[in-house]
Ligand binder design. Structure first.
Ligand code: NAD
Length: 258
């Protein structure tokens, strides 16, 4: 098993990419801490892991504030005595251009998407250091590389994650802590379905979105989970500071339609 005897914290694992990652990491031998702001969803993922022979702990927490982050790590150490993998995956989107984005929205989006990475990493790193290493994986987005008109706060947050990833990778390379981020394109999760549901014709919007991906489909939560598994495992022991695009070719085909 690729993650035998490792302990993994996965935020936002009550749904979508985080949930798929929790199920996959557990199948590969990790003990998984399932973190979500929605208690029922965290409990459901943990129950599914435990029912299929894995080991998971459900934690309801808000990762957008420092005290929530500190308590997640404290409870992980209390339960499992170590932490080897931190997958900062929880995120929220936002659909406004710069001129319409107010302070409350900026605070909400940057708090959930960026402060969480900052403070969860800060709370986890001392334990990883003591253990001689670890792997931190941050879920960014291709919008963090190329921007996204109409999603100003979201794209800003995802760009910040890339820079934070590089900074932490340099600050902790000598501690054996690897830090990488993943930049997905459109992944078929509840977040994406909510976004498409805002459009006048969601089915048409979905088909247009598919066309932006040369591989001819949207990504699945498992497409990202498998990449995260590689970054979490010792197979990626020479990989740090990376901005890993997992996008069905969307980025190289920007502008491509047929
Ligand atoms: P999702 O909405 O299905 O899952 C996100 C989870 O995060 C939810 O369970 C939600 O309750 C949880 N969450 C939100 N705020 C939280 C908070 N403050 N504290 C704790 N948990 C919180 O979305 P998803 O598509 O699986 O997204 C996962 C990550 O992938 C996000 O960071 C997202 O930005 C990123 N991403 C998604 C796509 C996509 O197309 N779906 C593309 C690029 C990047």
């Amino acid at each position: 098993m690729r993650l035998a005897s490792k302990v993994a914290i996965i935020t936002g694992s009550g749904s979508g990419i985080g949930r798929a990652s929790a199920l996959l990491f557990a199948r590969e031998g990790a003990q998984v801490v399932v973190v979500d702001i929605h208690k029922k969803d965290a409990a459901q993922t943990a129950e599914d892991v435990n029912q299929s022979g894995g080991s998971a702990l459900a934690l309801q927490a808000d990762v957008s504030n420092q005290s929530g982050c500190v308590s997640i790590v404290a409870k992980t150490i209390e339960a499992y005595r170590r932490v080897d993998i931190l997958f900062n995956n929880a995120g929220v989107s936002s659909f406004k251009p710069v001129v319409e984005t107010d302070e409350a929205e900026i605070d909400h989006v940057l708090g959930t998407n960026v402060k969480s990475v900052f403070f969860l990493s800060q709370a986890t790193i001392p334990y990883m250091k003591r253990q001689g290493g670890g792997s931190i994986i941050n879920n960014s987005s291709i919008t963090g590389i190329v921007g996204a008109p109409g999603m100003a706060a979201y794209a800003t947050s995802k760009g910040a994650i890339i820079t934070l990833t590089r900074t932490m990778a340099l600050e902790h390379a000598e501690d054996g802590i690897r830090v990488n981020c993943i930049c997905p394109a459109s992944i078929d999760t509840p977040m994406l379905r909510r976004a498409l549901g805002r459009m006048e014709d969601p089915d048409y919007a979905r088909s247009q979105n598919i066309k932006r991906h040369p591989l001819g489909r949207l990504g699945t939560p498992e497409d990202i989970a498998y990449f995260a598994l590689f970054l979490a495992s010792d197979e990626s022991s020479f990989v740090t500071g990376g901005t890993h695009v997992v996008d069905g070719g969307a980025l190289i085909a920007r502008g491509w339609r047929e």
